[in-house]
Design a protein around this ligand. Structure first.
Ligand code: SAM
Length: 298
């Protein structure tokens, strides 16, 4: 590599070829995002900067990022951030990278809060109480707190490094005063005598069957196994959450869960067996059943 300035367009072409060789999908978009991070601009500006000469130091930085991505480190980990629900989240290998399908989970909670609790929140009224289990980067808890100014959220997570990132994301998005982060294992039975106070319990739990983990793309295998591994049939966490939820939700409260492709019927059965009614399964943008809602009888 020469130490002379090189044009952005040439570096992009070389970066794309390098990533394609290493099996990275959407190599062009990846190279553009990496260059945007080096230039400190948006991806659109990169395309308009083709003839711009990049000094040697910036070239070296660009190649460090491209090489990391070539080792199949997820783009979000290389960049250190990921957009979700119109907000920006810090991410590290301690947390699952927020997914577009989980934005649908947030949207579902927003709709049911509007429809089911119209008299709640606002001056002089009790707030809407939301619990999130397995908060990871905090993307769900933070997006809900941002969109529901009258809600308070209790976000639980067993991974301490993940909790630290979630707390940081709450601060970055200005909602830290309405989210309480709790270090808790969802498989540990909670105290049944505690008051049932939550209006909504939401979770995107680990739901990949253990035997499928090894076959996932390298980028997904770079994510925390704790965030993916749902046990033998993928449903361990969902069973635990549904069994414990009636001890946390107040009568008429909602349980809202994301689950994996092909799990809809079993998830429906689990919620029914745990006393939930009005069970409804919703599809993601690809038309796959991915979200279940169930209401605790009044
Ligand atoms: C699929 S990730 C979801 C993360 C984030 N809520 C999101 O939607 O991007 C599942 C999260 O559950 C956490 N988790 C796994 N087992 C847990 C347990 N026993 N108790 C609490 N949290 C757990 C993982 O650490 C991970 O952060």
């Amino acid at each position: 590599m020469s130490e002379l300035p090189a044009a952005v367009a040439l570096l992009l072409r070389k970066g794309v070829a390098y990533l394609v060789e290493r099996g990275v999908s959407e190599a062009e978009a990846n190279a553009e995002f990496l260059m945007a991070s080096v230039l400190g601009c948006g991806r659109g500006v990169v395309l308009a900067s083709g003839s711009r000469e990049l000094p040697w130091k910036s070239q070296r930085h660009y190649w460090e990022l491209v090489k990391r991505r070539g080792r199949r480190v997820p783009l979000a980990y290389v960049l250190g951030t990921q957009p979700f629900a119109g907000l920006e989240f810090k991410v590290s290998p301690s947390v699952l990278i927020p997914r577009p399908e989980t934005e649908e989970l947030v949207e579902r909670v927003l709709v049911l809060v509007r429809e089911s609790f119209p008299g709640r929140g606002g001056p002089g009224r009790p707030p809407i109480n939301i619990v999130e289990l397995g908060t990871g980067s905090g993307c769900v808890a933070v997006a809900l707190a941002k969109r529901l100014p009258d809600a308070v959220v209790c976000a639980c997570e067993v991974s301490v490094p993940a909790l630290r990132i979630a707390e940081e994301n709450a601060r970055l998005n200005g909602v830290e005063r309405r989210i309480r982060f709790v270090h808790e294992d969802l498989f540990k039975t909670r105290n049944g005598s505690a008051p049932r106070w939550a209006d909504v319990l939401v979770s995107n739990p680990p739901y990949v069957p253990t035997r499928e983990l090894a076959g996932l793309e390298p980028e997904v295998r770079a994510e925390p196994v704790l965030a993916l591994d749902g046990g033998r049939d993928g449903l361990d966490a969902i069973r635990a959450i549904a069994a414990e939820a009636p001890g946390t939700l107040r009568a008429g409260g909602w349980l809202v869960l994301e689950f994996g492709d092909g799990q809809a019927d079993r998830v429906r059965g689990i919620l029914r067996a745990c006393g939930f009614a009005d069970i409804d399964v919703k599809r993601d943008l690809q038309g796959r059943d991915r979200i279940v809602l169930g209401r605790l009888a009044k």
